[in-house]
Design a protein around this ligand. Structure first.
Ligand code: NAD
Ligand code: IPM
Ligand code: MN
Length: 353
């Protein structure tokens, strides 16, 4: 029997609520399958841990996580701890130090999900975002000079390395080639005269290796407009760290909301574990009430199954999410239902065969 060692970092706010349901579904999958099992170990790292210990995770946190086959993460950040500390010292640290340079975020309108766009059909909204996840605008490099004086200056550097751009863009081309889809690059070369001109150049260079892939290049402002007005333009999309962050929240909004949006932080070489998470945050406005939607976390669990080579189960989970939405089974309030987080997770687990 194959045993997968999974580290679970539920984090803050609704993180623990939704993670519990993802674990429930994965246990159901392994018991139905019979050829593999999960061994879950939970780490209580996050804002509460910070307030008690002065750090978001222990000094050897990454050494601990490195021993696992994959990481499941709930959400990080809570009022009481500055976001730039909580996020940079835990979530962004794991993404960066484990070289999870691919952030793969499906923007797929499943049947039955609420879409605010008039007349949009499910087949019109079916994109995969490949977001650069290790550098760019999130490099963390900068300075705060003459702090608290009238001369105060802050500098936030965006770092675009050749290696960093090539690898994420090549990954996106490979996916477009494999899935016979178009590839759209998101840029802003008209204003960002170093970083985005370089990005566009590398997009064109790497494209020479993939003559069969039909490409488009859009400015990020125009892309956000087209995602609303004509979402079927987009299939595979590659974007820098910040542009990908912003556009995937927009993507979530047109594909059923934050309660359905998942993301995989991948280290494709498998030198380090990859990490799977809902893309939403800790939702302090609804935390502790048992009404958060666990389907985004469960979708992230399906991405983990895909990554571990169990694509059949990954697909069955997405199918079950669709069934729940179409037949309106045990949905949480964000989807117009009345069910609790755990009732929603129970129903999904029960639909799997
Ligand atoms: P958020 O995603 O937590 O919440 C935005 C809105 O979406 C809220 O109204 C919330 O109730 C709703 N929502 C989110 N997830 C939901 C779910 N599963 N079910 C139902 N409704 C859901 O974003 P925010 O309010 O900007 O951030 C709150 C905290 O989370 C901040 O500290 C922020 O930095 C952090 N954050 C963390 C992550 C992460 O860990 N990956 C992502 C985004 C934000
Ligand atoms: C996300 C989040 C994070 C990001 C924040 C919380 C640092 O918004 O995963 O989309 O910007 O990457
Ligand atoms: Mn985000």
């Amino acid at each position: 029997m194959k045993m997968y060692k999974i580290a679970v970092v539920p984090g803050d706010g609704i993180g623990p609520e939704v993670m519990e349901e993802a674990v429930k579904v994965l246990n159901r999958v392994s018991s139905l399958d019979g050829s593999f099992q999960f061994s879950f170990t939970t780490y209580p790292w996050g804002c509460k841990y910070y307030l008690e210990n002065g750090e978001m995770m222990p000094a050897d946190g990454l050494d601990i996580l490195k021993q696992y086959d994959a990481i499941l993460l709930g959400a990080v950040g809570y009022p009481g701890v500055p976001d730039h500390i909580s996020l940079r010292d835990l979530l962004l640290r794991i993404r960066h130090d484990f070289d999870q340079y691919i952030n793969l975020r499906p923007v797929k309108l499943v049947k039955g999900a609420i879409c605010p766009l008039i007349g949009a059909r499910t087949e019109d909204i079916d994109m995969t975002f490949i977001r650069e996840n290790s550098e760019g605008e999130y490099s963390g490099s900068g300075a705060w000079l003459y702090k608290d004086t009238p001369q105060e200056v802050v500098i936030q550097n965006a770092v675009f390395s050749r290696k960093g751009c090539e690898r994420v863009i090549r990954y996106a081309y490979q996916l477009a080639h494999k899935e016979k889809k178009t590839l759209t690059s998101i840029s802003k070369g008209n204003a960002l005269n170093y970083s985005m001109v370089f990005w566009d150049q590398i997009f064109a260079e790497v494209g020479k290796e993939f003559p069969d892939v039909k490409t488009y290049s859009l400015m990020v402002d125009a892309a956000s407009m087209f995602m609303i007005k004509d979402p079927k333009r987009f299939q595979i999309v590659v974007a820098s760290n910040l542009f990908g962050d912003i556009l995937t929240d927009l993507g979530a909004a047109i594909a059923g909301g934050m309660g359905l949006a998942a993301g995989a932080n991948l280290n494709p070489e498998r030198t380090f574990p990859s990490m799977f998470e809902p893309i939403h945050g800790s939702a302090p406005d609804i935390a502790g009430r048992g009404i958060s939607n666990p389907l985004a976390s469960i979708w992230a669990a399906s991405q983990m199954l895909d990554f571990l080579g169990h694509e059949d189960w990954g697909a069955k989970i997405i199918q079950a999410i669709e069934t729940m939405l179409v037949e309106r089974i045990s949905l949480t309030p964000d989807q117009g239902g009345k069910s609790s987080t755990s009732e929603c997770g129970d129903a999904l687990a029960g639909l799997l065969k």
